[in-house]
Design a binder for this molecule. Structure first.
Ligand SMILES: Cc1ncc(COP(=O)(O)O)c(C=O)c1O
Length: 455
């Protein structure tokens, strides 16, 4: 069959004509590179199973135990009976039925925030979500009310945030960062610039602790200055904190923005993916901002987010929440206590990676790197642009995977940096990965020096 335009109508394997859609007719964000990033980075690892992956920001799998799942489920079941006074029918319903939109472990999350972070929050201000990813989506959906709305975000920015914003037609304006996190002068300048253009900056998204991908952290003085600046500019802050429990040294962790927040300016995004179990897909948002309606009635932003959630995922799986709840109960609601082993391994890996870089790229070499105070990620700068084609060549010819930093800028400009992750590897993997990375860098430098145009 001939089609308008001269092509052949699409058909399935049996020759039956089938419907074909055009990408250009779907939401424009689906053509945006930000939405391909996560899949691309996952798939590239599958294409090269023998390569050492210093790319994945996932937790180390040896920490997960199948048998522990049952123990945690049972602890939570017992908690429903002993602490919440539920009878067997109620327990059955809580665990197996559709449930409360804002979640069933909100009270334990509130206790966890008090114990580990010194954050005091009404459990009603917490929405338990399908990973932190859903939490970001709910918040951005609620904030994006008008075509003039824009989001500011510390750049480089986590792709999950950029992708969610694009899907919601919410432009993201980058805010510069320094070695010590978001550049406060640039943040103020960006707010003023956006307003001068008639736009409404709704919030600034950032990770004050061991950011993904930059690894940077904000000093205590800058946290306070940021809160003051946000108050002066009447700007909400979206604080994302998946890595805060993984400092590289045992020195005291800095307070989160939310812990320092006295005027409910901070919407706090939490994830149990790195601390407990990514497969549970449980995260949360603390949204304790009062929302006033047209009749003067008041509720919390969390209640508005719950409305959005009821139309996105109905509720977070109670079984998954029960597992996370069990882990919290097993450790008196302290994830600091629950993650002692993880913290030691990630900190050791981070030190090993940084020392390994110093050994392979001596002072004076054209390669540089960050030395983060914690978290999973180190950014390596190299004397050539780093793109997806180079990543493929690295995997194919050198057997090592990493993440091109270009994915975290999304403006198409060349980026001379890559991200290494220490979370899903052993010391041996790091050694082998760095040997291969050093070979790649040497190969690239030689190739470029001797290629066409080389002087
Ligand atoms: C900065 C940041 N925020 C959010 C997430 C997503 O967390 P979750 O797995 O809970 O959706 C990640 C995952 O890597 C992340 O790095």
């Amino acid at each position: 069959m001939r089609r308008r335009g001269g092509g052949t109508a699409p058909a399935d394997d049996d020759g039956a004509v089938i419907v074909e859609l055009h990408l250009a007719d779907l939401h424009p964000a689906l053509e945006d590179p930000a939405l391909n990033s996560m899949n691309f980075l996952n798939e590239v690892a599958q294409d090269y199973p023998d390569a050492v992956s210093l790319a994945a920001g996932r937790p180390y799998e040896e920490f997960f135990e199948f048998s522990a799942l049952h123990r945690y489920l049972d602890l939570f079941r017992q908690h429903l009976v002993d602490d919440l006074g539920q009878d067997p029918v109620q327990v059955h319903r809580t665990l197996f039925q559709y449930g409360r939109t804002k979640g069933i472990v909100h009270h334990l999350v509130a206790r966890n925030l008090a114990v580990d972070e010194g954050i005091t929050v009404d459990p009603e201000a917490i929405v338990v979500t399908v990973g932190c990813q859903e939490a970001m989506f709910l918040v951005l959906r609620a904030l994006r009310a008008d075509p003039r709305d824009v989001l500011l975000a510390a750049a480089p920015t986590y792709v999950g945030l950029t992708g969610a914003a694009r899907l919601l037609d919410l432009p993201v304006r980058p805010v510069a960062t320094t070695d010590s996190g978001v550049d406060l002068a640039d943040l103020r300048a960006q707010v003023h610039r956006a307003r001068a253009e008639g736009l409404r900056p709704r919030a600034c998204y950032l990770m004050p602790d061991f950011a993904n991908p930059s690894g940077t952290s904000l000093s205590l003085a800058d946290r306070r200055a940021l809160l003051d600046l946000a108050a002066e500019e009447e700007l909400l802050l979206l604080e994302d904190n998946p890595y805060g429990l993984f400092p590289a040294t045992e020195s005291r962790r800095l307070p989160t923005l939310k812990a320092l927040d006295t005027d409910r300016r901070v919407v706090y995004l939490g994830s149990f993916a790195k601390t407990v179990l990514p497969g549970a897909r449980v995260g949360y948002v603390v949204a304790d901002q009062p929302v006033v309606d047209a009749d003067g009635g008041k509720g919390l932003l969390a209640d508005q987010l719950a409305k959005v959630k009821s139309m996105v995922s109905v509720n977070t799986s109670p079984v998954a929440q029960a597992v996370v709840g069990g882990v919290l109960l097993a450790h008196d609601c302290s994830l600091v206590t629950a993650t002692v082993r993880q913290r030691a391994v990630y900190a050791d890996n981070l030190r090993h990676l940084v020392h390994g870089l110093a050994r392979r790229f001596p002072a004076g070499s054209s390669v540089g790197w960050t030395v983060p105070a914690g978290g999973f990620f180190v950014v390596v700068t190299v004397p050539f642009p780093v793109d997806d084609a180079l990543l493929h060549r690295s995997a194919r010819e050198y057997g090592v995977l990493w993440t091109p930093m270009a994915h975290f800028y999304g403006d198409g400009a060349p980026v001379y940096a890559l991200r290494l992750s220490v979370s899903a590897v052993t010391r041996d993997d790091i050694d082998r990965g760095l040997d291969r990375l050093a070979a790649l860098v040497a190969g690239e430098v030689t190739r470029r020096d001797s290629g066409p145009g080389a002087r």
